[in-house]
Design a protein. Structure first.
Lengths: 307, 164
């Protein structure tokens, strides 16, 4: 300390300064404690938020996983529904095929009964004789041949109602119409198609065992779809595309390799147009009360389930 | 006395059996020809169209003659290749595949189908699809080998046949 005595006023000022600094120090300490407390609170909040973010990320992953399973489950259900639909439609066709066969048999029996009428029976006999000698007519003298042909024409006219009736379309069953579908799929689903498949609700045996089974409604249905697919291919410039007939869920599938073709036109639209045309043309389906429709599905839905 | 069939047109199945074709082939030929009747009932005119538009021929009228000691199945293949050569079916000219077998009994058809498949696998014959069905031809550059086998049973084709 200096030997120079301080004035009381200076001492007072210095004391005030010291007190002021003391108060400031205390305030600083108190404020810093507040800041530390706030900082701790903020850090805890951040940690909590991070925990929440982690929990949300986990939840998001779980939801995605669950959603993925739902998508797979939806595909599984869709695939099963398509197969059940095919099976149900196949049953409809087989049931109505049997009914149509019975109706045709009854009509043919009635026509056969009409053939027993003595007058008609005589005409039938003459008709039959003509058919037997028809191939040799060219070797006969012209006048003789003309006489035979004139006579045959008279016989044919007499039998015209029977001939017309025996070639008439199938009798109508007068049943409630029921819809059955042909499933179409393209692979790949987008871009240039490499393969086309049409799955018909008829048993594969119409293709494999055709020689051993009766040509029934299911067979005629298959002919119609094969014709529709052939027309479709011709219309899009793929007339020479290789076709394979395979079994899918017990049903007939028509598979076409399009990988070597340059398609012209919209395959989707043309396929449905062909089905529309088929529906108009197929008298036997209409007689059996079957309404045909075409449905495009994803190719994956027709594939066998994995695992 | 005759029944209704005397007056009825034929079913696709009846014509398929008659022509030894699958019914779906009948349908495809008639569609390609533009002459498929809308009621799917066929008459003689339709059958003639199938024959012409489909290029149907019957090549066999019984089993082929065998050389001394030659197995019947081998003679069958040689007989077939001889006909393919004689008829000039060398790429690009091709014949419908089922013509190769029409007229033979079931077992001979089976044997011949196996042999034809082997010849296609080996590139001696080539196959391609058309709107009226599968066609077959002697592959470009392989006709001399086929000719040699058809004539005297020698050459590459003979060895292929032995392997098969």
């Amino acid at each position: 300390m200096s030997d120079t005595p301080n004035s009381p006023a200076v001492i007072a000022v210095l004391e005030e300064i010291a007190q002021w600094k003391n108060r400031a120090d205390l305030e600083f300490g108190s404020s810093m404690a507040e800041v530390d407390k706030e900082e701790d609170a903020a850090r805890r909040a951040i940690e909590e938020a991070q925990r929440q973010l982690l929990a949300l990320a986990t939840l998001r992953a779980e939801l995605r996983d669950k959603h993925g399973q739902i998508a797979m489950e939806a595909e599984r259900r869709e695939r099963a529904a398509l197969r059940e639909g095919l099976s149900a439609d196949r049953t409809v066709i087989e049931t109505r095929a049997a009914m149509l066969e019975a109706a045709i048999a009854a009509r043919d029996a009635e026509l056969q009964r009409q053939l027993q009428d003595p007058e008609i029976a005589a005409a039938v006999e003459e008709y039959e004789k003509f058919v037997e000698v028809e191939a040799g007519l060219a070797s006969l003298p012209a006048s003789y041949r003309r006489a035979i042909l004139d006579h045959h024409e008279k016989v044919r006219r007499r039998l015209e109602p029977v001939i017309a009736a025996s070639n008439a379309g199938p009798p109508r069953l007068e049943l409630e119409p029921v819809g059955v579908g042909v499933l179409f799929a393209m692979d790949p689903p987008d871009g240039t198609p490499e393969a086309l498949v049409a799955v018909l609700p008829v048993p594969f045996s119409v293709c494999r065992d055709w020689a051993d089974r009766k040509e029934d409604l299911a067979a005629l249905f298959a002919y119609r779809v094969v014709a529709a697919v052939s027309r479709l291919l011709g219309a899009v410039g793929a007339g020479n595309a290789p076709i394979q007939y395979t079994e899918l869920a017990g049903c007939l599938a028509v598979q076409v390799w399009l990988g070597d073709c340059e398609l012209q036109g919209d395959l989707n639209e043309r396929a449905l147009e062909e089905i529309d045309a088929l529906r108009e043309e197929a008298e036997e389906l209409s007689a059996a009360g079957i309404e045909l429709y075409g449905l495009w599905v994803r190719a994956a839905m027709l594939a066998d389930e994995e695992g | 006395m005759a029944g209704l069939e005397l007056f009825q047109r034929m079913s696709v199945e009846q014509v398929a059996k008659w022509l030894e074709l699958h019914p779906f082939e009948i349908i495809r030929i008639l569609v390609a020809d533009g002459s498929l009747p809308s009621d799917l009932k066929l008459d003689a005119g339709n059958v003639e169209r199938i024959r012409i538009a489909g290029g149907l021929e019957t090549w066999w009228e019984g089993a082929p003659t065998t050389d001394e000691g030659e197995a019947p199945a081998r003679a069958l293949v040689r007989g077939l290749l001889k006909m393919v050569v004689e008829k000039g079916y060398v790429e690009p000219k091709s014949v419908r595949a089922d013509n190769l077998f029409r007229g033979l009994d079931a077992e001979s058809q089976r044997n011949l189908r196996r042999a034809v498949n082997a010849l296609i696998r080996e590139g001696v014959l080539a196959s391609s699809m058309s709107a009226t069905g599968l066609t077959v031809t002697i592959a470009t550059g392989r006709d001399e080998e086929v000719r040699a086998f058809a004539a005297d049973g020698t050459g590459v084709v003979d060895r292929l046949w032995d392997q098969d």
